[in-house]
Design a protein around this ligand. Structure first.
Ligand code: GSH
Length: 243
């Protein structure tokens, strides 16, 4: 099989599994599990991917093979090389000239460029200070709230998906930060009703269900206002209990 996706359970690579399932193209999924103690990448994945992270894509349809380890680049590559080439076909990206093109670009990059970065920084800062009243932690909470309101208002405006009326790869890119990431950094979404509506719509997509079935042992979608913490990893348990 020439297109191989290396996916790690409970990780950012779920974006790409969902995207590939929506695209309905043939690929081989290789599933790895986080180290059972630290929850970091297992050694087998580090040995295969020089970046040591998931996702990792190998395309051996071309010579030399294309190997990519950044999810935004992987999504853009798959859409450009394996997506529909004509405007009349249902595409998961938007081309220049499409009224949603600029919005698509912004939302395609927003989750990984801004939201995921803030979540990771906030998680690290909260753990490092151990103090929810620390000035930096409080600033981070306010920043995350502003970012989530930005997403929520966008979804209220479209009444549908991030780039507009139709699903796009921007939705696939955003899903991890608003679902599975919350198992590592609990984020209560009660105040963001449009994000919650969008999450229900995501969970209603057969391709998303297939992605969870194939890549994450048919895990229930983490779409409620609050979700469970990943306390099954001993190396994370004490950490997660602090949140
Ligand atoms: N910016 C990268 C981030 C990749 C990344 O950090 N993946 C995490 C999974 S959520 C990982 O592999 N972590 C394991 C580790 O760092 O050991 C992307 O979007 O692909």
């Amino acid at each position: 099989m020439p297109l191989e996706l290396y996916h790690m359970h409970l990780s950012q690579s779920e974006r790409i599994v969902w995207l590939l399932e929506e695209m309905e193209i043939s690929y081989e999924l290789k599933v790895f599990y986080r180290d059972p103690v630290t929850a970091l990448s297992p050694d087998e994945l580090k040995a295969l991917n020089p970046a040591g992270t998931a996702p990792y894509l190998r395309d051996t349809n071309v010579s030399p093979p294309v190997c990519l380890s950044e999810s935004t680049a992987i999504a853009a590559y798959l859409l450009a090389v394996y997506g529909p080439q004509s405007e009349s076909e249902a595409r998961l990206d938007r081309a220049p000239g499409d009224p949603d093109y600029a919005a698509y670009l912004e939302w395609f990059h927003y989750a990984n460029g801004s939201l995921q970065a803030s979540l990771f920084r906030q998680m690290s800062l909260t753990l490092a200070t151990g103090d929810p009243e620390h000035a930096g932690v409080r600033r981070g909470v306010a920043r995350l709230d502003a970012q989530l309101r930005f997403v929520d208002e966008r979804l209220a405006r479209t009444g549908a998906w991030l780039a507009g009326e139709r699903l796009s790869a921007a939705d696939c890119m955003a899903v991890f930060s608003l679902t599975t990431m919350r198992g590592f950094y609990p984020l209560d979404l009660t105040l963001y009703p449009n994000i919650l509506r969008w999450l229900r719509d995501v969970a209603g997509r057969p391709a998303y269900r297939r992605a969870l079935e194939k890549g994450d042992n048919s895990m229930e979608p983490m779409i409620g206002p609050t979700v469970r913490k990943f306390t099954e990893f001993p190396g994370l348990k004490a950490v997660l209990e602090k949140f």
